[in-house]
Write a protein that binds this ligand. Structure first.
Ligand code: NDP
Length: 419
C-alpha cells in the first residue's frame, strides 16, 4: 500500500518509523512537509536501518488544499496520514475528497487565526449553544460525513493516544466488560522529566492553547465549564506514583458524549508539575500565549508563535527525558446487573522509546496509534465511507496491534477511583 504522510515533526517521526516496521501494509511511503530536509533526514535514517519500504519525499504547503492535491496526484497514495497541525485538517480533507483518497489524522481541527471574523462569529454562537469555549470542536470535520460517503472514502479522526487510544479503550470496555457505562475518567499522566525549566512535549502552540483554556466536562447530556486548572485531584498512578492532575477540556469527550449517550459523566485529567503551571501563568499574564498578532518593529507577530520559536523543539527532548507516562481510562458501569469499575491503561517509558526510535514517550504514544489507525483503514478492517472517530469501530484489532507495536495495556479490575 502507498501512504502519503504530511508533516515531519515529533509525532510524524514515530508514526513513519512504525509504518516502516509494518511491512505487510506499508510498502511505499511519501514523506511530505513544509521543511523537506526533515523528510530527507528521516528517509535516510529508515533506509540505513534496512526497512524494506520504498520512500520518496516532497515539499508541500498543507494550508493550501490545491498544493496537497498536486502531491496526491503525483504520488497516487491509497491514504493520507495528516500529522501536521490541526490548522491543516480541513485543507487536507478537501484534497482527499477531490482525489478520493482515505484520510487519517490525530487532532481535531482548530483555526490558526482565531480572530478571523466568519470563524469567530460561528465560534461565539457555538460557545453559547453548546456551553464550551475550546477553539476546537468536531463540527467542522463531522460536516464532511455525507461528502466522504458519496466519494466512498474513509475519514478516521483523532487516532493518537488521547484522543485515539482512549476512545478505543472505551469501545473495548463497552464490548467486553459492561452492559452500560455510567462514568468515564480519562487520566493522562506524564511522569517524565526533561530537565528544562519549561518545555512542552508536543507542538508548543497547540499544547499551550489547550492547557491554558477553560476546563470542561460532560454531565447528564451537557457541558459543565470550569476556569483553567480549577479542578485539581491527586492520583497514585501505577508505575509512576502520586501526581497532581487538573481537569481539562479534551476533544474525545465530545465524540464519546455523542456516541455513548448513556454515559452520565465524562471527565479528562492531565498531570502538571508546579513549575510548569507557574511558568504558564506568568507567560499568560504577560500576553505570551495570545494568538492575536501584535505589531513589533513594523511586523505582525503572533506572541504564542514567537514563544514557540524560543522553546525547545519537542522532537529534541528524547535523549534527556527520563521517567514514564501512564495514560488510560477508569470506567464505572453495570454488567449483568452488578456495578463494576475497571481501569485500562498503558505505561510507556521515555528512555525505552528513545532507545527504539530516538523519540520521547509523548511522540511515541501518539505516533504508534497513528500508524495503527492508518493500517486498519488500509487493510480494510476499519474502512467505512464517512467520517468517524476511533470509538466507532471494532476495538479488538486495534487493541491487538497496541500490544504488538509497543504500547501494551493493562486491565485493572479493582482500581482506586478519582473523587
Ligand atoms: P510538530 O510541530 O513537531 O510537527 C508538525 C509538523 O507539521 C512539522 O514537520 C511542520 O513543518 C509540519 N507543518 C506545519 N505546518 C505545515 C504546513 N502548512 N504544511 C506542511 N507541513 C506543515 O508537531 P507534533 O509532531 O508535536 O504534533 C503533530 C500533530 O499531532 C498535531 O496535530 C498535534 O496536535 C497532534 N498530537 C496528537 C496527540 C494525541 O494524542 N492525539 C498528542 C500529541 C500531538 P516544519 O518542520 O516546517 O515546522
Amino acid at each position: 500500500m502507498r501512504l502519503l504522510v504530511i508533516g515531519c515533526g515529533g509525532v510524524a517521526q514515530v508514526a513513519i518509523q512504525k509504518c516502516a516496521q509494518n511491512k505487510e501494509v506499508f510498502t511505499h511511503m511519501c514523506l511530505a512537509s513544509r521543511t523537506v530536509s526533515k523528510c530527507d533526514a528521516l528517509k535516510e535514517k529508515i533506509e540505513k536501518a534496512g526497512y524494506p519500504v520504498e520512500i520518496t519525499t516532497a515539499t508541500v504547503n498543507a494550508d493550501d488544499a490545491q498544493d496537497v492535491v498536486r502531491v496526491i496526484r503525483e504520488y497516487k497514495p491509497d491514504a493520507v496520514l495528516n500529522v501536521a497541525l490541526p490548522y491543516q485538517d480541513l485543507a487536507i480533507m478537501d484534497a482527499c475528497l477531490e482525489c478520493k483518497v482515505d484520510y487519517i489524522d490525530t487532532a481535531n481541527y482548530e483555526p490558526e487565526d482565531t480572530d478571523e471574523p466568519v470563524w469567530r462569529a460561528a465560534y461565539e454562537k457555538r460557545c453559547k449553544e453548546k456551553g464550551f469555549t475550546a477553539y476546537f470542536d468536531y463540527s467542522y470535520q463531522w460536516a464532511y460525513m455525507d461528502k466522504f460517503k458519496e466519494a466512498g472514502i474513509t475519514g478516521l479522526l483523532g487516532t493518537g493516544f488521547d484522543p485515539g487510544v482512549t476512545s478505543v479503550f472505551t469501545a473495548y470496555a463497552k464490548k467486553h466488560y459492561f452492559d452500560r457505562i455510567d462514568t468515564i475518567d480519562i487520566l493522562d499522566c506524564n511522569g517524565g522529566d526533561h530537565g528544562y525549566a519549561f518545555a512542552t512535549n508536543f507542538n508548543p502552540e497547540i499544547n499551550l492553547r489547550e492547557v491554558s483554556a477553560n476546563g470542561s466536562y460532560w454531565e447528564d447530556g451537557h457541558w459543565v465549564e470550569t476556569k483553567p486548572m480549577e479542578i485539581k485531584r491527586e492520583y497514585d498512578f501505577p508505575e509512576v506514583g502520586k501526581k497532581d492532575m487538573y481537569l481539562l477540556h479534551h476533544e474525545e469527550i465530545e465524540a464519546l458524549g455523542r456516541n455513548f449517550p448513556e454515559v452520565k459523566r465524562i471527565r479528562f485529567f492531565m498531570t502538571f508539575g508546579q513549575s510548569y503551571l507557574d511558568h504558564m501563568r506568568c507567560l499568560e499574564d504577560v500576553g505570551m500565549l495570545s494568538t492575536t498578532p501584535i505589531k513589533f518593529e513594523g511586523k505582525d507577530i503572533v506572541p504564542i508563535q514567537f514563544l514557540k520559536a524560543l522553546l525547545p523543539d519537542p522532537a529534541s527532548l528524547g535523549p534527556r527525558t527520563v521517567g514514564k507516562t501512564n495514560i488510560g481510562c477508569i470506567f464505572r458501569g453495570v454488567k449483568d446487573g452488578k456495578e463494576k469499575v475497571i481501569y485500562i491503561y498503558n505505561v510507556c517509558d521515555h528512555q525505552e522509546c528513545y532507545k527504539e526510535l530516538g523519540s520521547q514517550a509523548i511522540s511515541y504514544t501518539t505516533g504508534v496509534p497513528a500508524m495503527i489507525g492508518t493500517a486498519l483503514v488500509l487493510k480494510g478492517d476499519w474502512k467505512r465511507p464517512g467520517v468517524y472517530t476511533t470509538d466507532e469501530f471494532d476495538p479488538d484489532p486495534y487493541m491487538d496491534m497496541l500490544n504488538e507495536y509497543g504500547l501494551p495495556w493493562v486491565v485493572d479490575e479493582n482500581p482506586v477511583e478519582v473523587e
